[in-house]
Every structure is written in C-alpha cells, then in structure tokens.
Design a protein around this ligand. Structure first.
Ligand code: UDP
Ligand code: MG
Length: 322
C-alpha cells in the first residue's frame, strides 16, 4: 500500500483569535506524521472559512502563502458548521486518500491523530474520536451534552456516544457520504449509516484555546432537535402512541360520565371541563408542532438547494486531479 495522502479538514467561523494559536499545532502534527512515514508529503491542512465576518479568511490566505502544507477554501457565506465541514470533506475527497475532520479551537486532542491513522492503516474506513472525559467542560455543558446523546438514542437516532465531529474518513467512506443527498445535515448521524469497518480512538477534551463557543444552549437544543428529526421518525410514532393513550382515557372518561349521569350524582364540572380543554389544546398543538417539523424538513429536502458553495480557494480548483 502506498503512503496515503491525508487532509486535515477544519471548519472555521469567526476564529481570528484562535487560528494563529492552533494552525501551528496542526502543521506540526501533519509534519510529524509525514516525518514518521505514515502519510505522504502531499498531505495538507485544509481550512474551510464558513463565511466569517472577521479576519479569518485573510489569516487562512496568509497561512497558505507561508507554507505549502496549508490550504484554504472559502464558502460564499455562512452556512453553519455541518455544511462547512461537508464542503471541506467534499473538496478533499478528490485530492486525499484519507481525511480527518477537527474543530479549529484546539479542544480536540490532535495527538489522537496518530492512533487514528494507525487504525486506518490497519484497515478501518471510519475512526471516531471519542471523548473519554469531559472534565474541562462545565457541569452544565457536560450534563446537557451527555443528556443529548442519551435522548438521541432513546428517540432512535443512532450516534456514537460522546463523539462529535473529530473523525477519520477514508476516501471510500467519503464517496459513500457523498451519496447522502439530504439538505438537513447531521453528519454524526449519517456517518454510522455509511457503514464499512469502523473503530474509536479515545482522547480527553481540553478547553477552547481562545475565542468563544458558537454553540450556546439555544443552538445546542436546536441542533439536538434537528438531529433527532433528521434521523428518526420515532417522535411521530410517540405522538401516535400518545393519541391512542388519550383516546383510551377519554373512552374511560365517557363511561364514567355516563355512569354518574345515570345514577344521578352529577355535579357542576366546570373545573374538570376546563382542564380537559386546556390539556387537549396543549397536546394537539404540541403534536402539530412535531409534525410540522417533519413537514418543514420535507419542504427543504424537496427544494434540494446546494448545501454549500465554495467561492474561493487558495489552490487551483479546476485542477482537482492530483
Ligand atoms: N463553526 C463553523 N460555522 C458556524 C459555527 C461554528 O464552521 O456557523 C466551526 C467553528 O469555527 C469550530 C467548530 O465549528 O471550528 C465548532 O464550533 P465551537 O467550537 O464554537 O463549538 P463547541 O466546541 O463549543 O461545541
Ligand atoms: Mg469547540
């Protein structure tokens, strides 16, 4: 087997504070892997600028000028982490034998890459980076994040526990991923569906080296909800179950009402009436909301808009074949 070409794919959005710190670390890691003979010299660190509003793209361009191992691609506007990452991976697909995706904030331990490459060389197409500990995260972030993985599982979305978007994908796995055309992207749910041999590498998650997280609680909840409704129809089944359950209770309630009426112990039931009306109204709205979420997804999927548009690169885009 010839030495593989590795692309490290890194989405960046408004990261001018952290890029100058972490870019050097990525390059050092890449060069040490090259020196160890594990990957070919044509390997690259590919930054994807996700329509940043600060100096991120200028920094990336500067890096690309400073060392040939750095490359950059810029999306035409901000499309979100998942789309930016997919854009990077699809750009790397034709140029690399294997890719590793990682965030640019230094939270994920780059030293896990050695083990990832070893797993790849041993025949794995997908290697998940899994956080063994979350001690540096706040109690709140840790509990909400772990609750999220549990909820995903309960609601039928298959994901790898405590794995985010730090993972190795072979070219074959990328070609598989490219066949998933969905617009509602939730990569960590799609990758397990690609199949092939996979394994996990464990690492400890550190704190962000600089800058601020783009995932406050509100966005995290939206992301979780998106993940579940993109990957599973269980919520709709639950609604059906709930409907049955409430119908059953109503049926028993009707019998009870008729019996009390028959035996003449009727009381003015204003309170119970109002409670039932409120309850039913609430349940119906909730159910409509969940169904609406799926309808919205169908709407977006049928439009099949492009998931990312690359406007600029630091390399010749038309010369895709190495
Ligand atoms: N990111 C992106 N587009 C966005 C938001 C975030 O490309 O719209 C990138 C960001 O630059 C970082 C990664 O996604 O490399 C993860 O974001 P962040 O570190 O803020 O999330 P957290 O680690 O706090 O969950
Ligand atoms: Mg981060």
């Amino acid at each position: 087997m010839k030495t593989p070409v590795l692309y490290i794919v890194i989405p960046c959005y408004n990261e001018e504070a952290v890029l100058p710190v972490t870019s050097g670390l990525f390059l050092k890691k890449l060069k040490s892997l090259i020196a160890a003979g594990k990957i070919a010299d044509e390997s690259r660190v590919l930054f994807v600028n996700d329509g940043s509003k600060d100096r991120t793209w200028e920094i990336i361009r500067g890096l690309a000028d400073s060392d040939e191992h750095f490359e950059g691609a810029s999306l035409s506007r901000n499309r979100g982490h998942q789309n930016a990452l997919l854009g990077g991976l699809m750009t790397a697909k034709n140029r690399a034998d294997v890719t590793i995706s990682i965030d640019c904030d230094g939270q994920d331990d780059i030293n896990a890459m050695d083990a990832m490459i070893d797993e790849y060389l041993a025949g794995c197409d997908i290697v998940y980076g899994v956080r063994s500990k979350r001690e540096t995260d706040t109690w709140f972030k840790r509990t909400t994040a772990e609750g999220f993985y549990h909820m995903m599982r309960i609601l039928g979305a298959e994901t790898v526990f405590n794995h985010a978007d730090y993972r190795l994908l072979s070219r074959r796995a990328l070609e598989g991923l490219a066949q998933f055309k969905e617009v509602n992207l939730f990569l960590r749910g799609l990758v397990p569906l690609v199949g092939y041999r996979s394994s996990s590498v464990y690492y400890e998650r550190a704190e962000r080296m600089a800058g601020e997280s783009h995932y406050p609680l509100k966005k995290m909840l939206a992301f979780a909800f998106d993940g579940i409704t993109s990957l599973s129809v269980k919520p709709i089944r639950l609604i059906t179950g709930l409907g049955f359950f409430i119908s059953l209770i109503s049926f028993l309630g009707i019998i009870w009402v008729l019996l009390t009426k028959l035996f003449g112990v009727t009381v003015s039931g204003w309170a119970s009436m109002v409670c039932v009306v409120f309850f039913m109204g609430g349940v119906q709205l909730l159910c409509l909301g969940v169904i609406g979420e799926y309808v919205g997804k169908i709407y977006n999927e049928t439009k099949a808009r492009p998931r990312f548009i690359i406007s600029e690169t630091t390399f010749d885009k038309d010369k895709e074949n190495r």
